[in-house]
Write a protein that binds this ligand. Structure first.
Ligand code: NA7
Length: 528
């Protein structure tokens, strides 16, 4: 088995592949493990899911041993954890670092994938697992005359290995999604001047991050399995308080008190305040108004507040989780450029021109996000049966069976691919579920003398249609977001993750397995 990527998904896949007796290798573009958490070293990078849940569950010993220091771990701590896992399970010896997979071609005669890397490695494999991550292909917008700029440029998703010191510098940050919102307060504290280029203001709720105390740690570890089981019953695969009532079923006072309570819980949990926030536009509007008013109260200059306060649906784009973001704009060294009013025109040798005015910078930080969910899959020249390219197969929409397999691409598995809960869920939990499912399927093949597994076209089409129906019932696809590929010019606007929730997805997977991997067809090697 060849596994592409040594993040959470690739490492666990390698561990499990060994337990099946397979010879497995990982090809990883970076020089270390960690995937997304290897590359996103920008100041302030942190997970927006609590560490006690954003962690592996396959090893009870690992779960008990590891002690997270904060409620929401920093990138550095998550990376230390992943490195620890790689060492603890002796995974590094099967990982080839510094190898970016450039192509993978299915050879029908041998039923093998021929894989090449940009560094010149050539390998042939029976099974190919794409553990390439959903947020791993940086979106670098094209701004004219980029090369003329004499200062430094950075992308949050591809940050240098050594920390960057912005002390005394004039810095620009382009983008105000999660990454921008996390790094802006920290860069502002270092830089002499910070200019934030904002296209769309985002909804952000305070994290209220804090050290993880022994009591909370012990409480979870006393019965970790119970927490994990509860998580599987939650739509997001993440346990936090959730009220099923409609936001419209209570009085105004009750609603505000509820929002205040969930605001205090912080971050993504805010959306648990009522059961219909992403189903009913009127309910959503009550939550949006509450957050808008909270944001406005933190910004001293009302004209600036007008620019920073988001409008429209809350939760359709991923909610951002912040610490000290809005207060940062009260600092004298921070200014905001609304690029809808003053469009970014071009770079110059000294900076950027926006709205006809040149602004001078020592450094420009792109916090412009990712070619999400499918970007890293499409970056590989993947060709299945009859040489069909994945990029052609997905021209209109990324169709898949369960977000796991693609019709016409035998023995190829995606982990958290489009059509699975992936980025709408607790990623680590969903990764483990996908890996376990793949391993169950491979064990089934081993036991039955089968060599090739492939999603049926009808099953993939039906699943893809189901994904579309499910999201049409919610408000998730209403705004332009990376969930629908709106941030990448030329992408078809299709909501990529499965929006039906983790429990429904798990039920479907269980049914598929119980029916002998229904929707997959299998062949013996010689029939190829
Ligand atoms: P996001 O959430 O995609 O945010 C990217 C930001 O960059 C967002 O404010 C965009 O504005 C802005 N952007 C993107 N392209 C451009 C161009 N061409 N010009 C100007 N501004 C642009 O990425 P993040 O890295 O912050 O977070 C991604 C996920 O990682 C996050 O949701 C968490 O799950 C973890 P827009 O809103 O599109 O107008």
């Amino acid at each position: 088995m060849l596994i592409v990527g040594a993040g959470f998904a690739g490492l666990y896949m390698l561990h499990r592949a060994r337990s099946l007796g397979l010879r497995a290798r990982v090809l990883e573009a970076g020089d270390g493990v960690g995937g997304t958490w290897y590359w996103n070293r920008y100041p302030g990078a942190r997970c927006d899911v609590e560490s006690l849940q954003y962690s592996y569950q396959f090893s009870p010993e690992l779960q008990q041993e590891w002690r997270w220091s904060e409620k929401y771990a920093t990138q550095a701590e998550i990376l230390r954890y992943i490195e620890h896992v790689a060492d603890r399970f002796d995974l590094r010896r099967d990982i080839h670092f510094g190898q970016r997979v450039s192509s993978a071609l299915f050879d029908e005669a041998s039923a093998c994938w021929n894989v090449a890397t940009t560094q010149g490695e050539r390998l042939s494999t029976r099974y190919l697992v794409l553990a390439v991550g959903c947020l791993s292909s940086a979106n670098q917008p094209e701004i004219a005359r980029f090369k003329e700029f004499q200062g430094k440029t950075y992308h949050t998703g591809h940050w240098p290995q050594t920390p960057v010191d912005f002390s005394g510098q004039r810095v620009a940050v382009i983008g105000t999604g999660s990454s921008g919102i996390q790094c802006i307060p920290i860069i502002a504290a270092q830089a002499s001047q910070l200019t934030v280029f904002q296209r769309t203001p985002n909804y952000a709720v305070p994290a209220w991050n804090a050290p993880l105390d022994d009591e909370a740690d012990c409480q979870v570890k006393a019965d970790y399995a119970a927490l994990r089981a509860r998580a599987r019953q939650r739509p997001t695969g993440y346990v936090f308080p959730f009220d099923e009532r409609s936001a419209l079923s209570v009085t105004d006072e009750q609603r505000d008190a509820q929002y205040e309570k969930f605001w205090r819980l912080g971050g993504l949990k805010f959306l648990g305040a009522f059961g219909d926030l992403l189903l009913n536009p009127q309910a959503n509007e009550t939550a949006a108004r509450f957050v808008q008013q909270k944001i406005r109260a933190r910004i001293q200059d009302p004209a600036l507040a007008d620019k920073l306060v988001p409008r429209g649906v809350i939760g359709s784009k991923r909610l951002c989780v912040e610490s000290n973001y809005y207060e940062t704009f009260n600092r004298p060294n921070v200014s905001l450029v609304d690029i809808r009013q003053q469009p970014l025109e071009r770079f110059t040798a000294n900076g950027l021109v926006a709205g006809g005015r040149e602004l001078v910078f020592d450094a420009v930080v792109f916090a412009t996000g990712f070619d999400a969910v499918i970007g890293s899959l499409l970056r590989i020249d993947l060709r299945g049966r009859a040489g069909r390219r994945l990029s052609d197969h997905w021209l209109e929409q990324p169709s898949s069976y369960l977000g796991l397999a693609v019709a016409g691409f035998p023995n190829l598995f995606m982990i958290n691919g489009p059509g699975s809960p992936s980025v709408l869920s607790n990623m680590v939990q969903s990764i483990e579920q996908h890996v376990d499912l793949i391993c169950g399927c491979l064990a089934h093949m081993q036991n039955n003398g089968l060599a090739v597994c492939e999603a049926e076209t009808a099953a993939a089409d039906a699943w893809t249609a189901h994904c579309r129906e499910v999201v049409a019932r919610s408000m998730r696809a209403t705004e332009d977001s990376w969930y629908v590929g709106a941030n990448i010019p030329g992408r078809p606007r299709v909501f990529m993750p499965y929006a039906g929730g983790v429990p429904a997805y798990l039920r479907k997977c269980d049914e598929v397995v119980a029916a002998g991997y229904a929707g997959f067809m299998f062949h013996e090697a010689r029939s190829e």
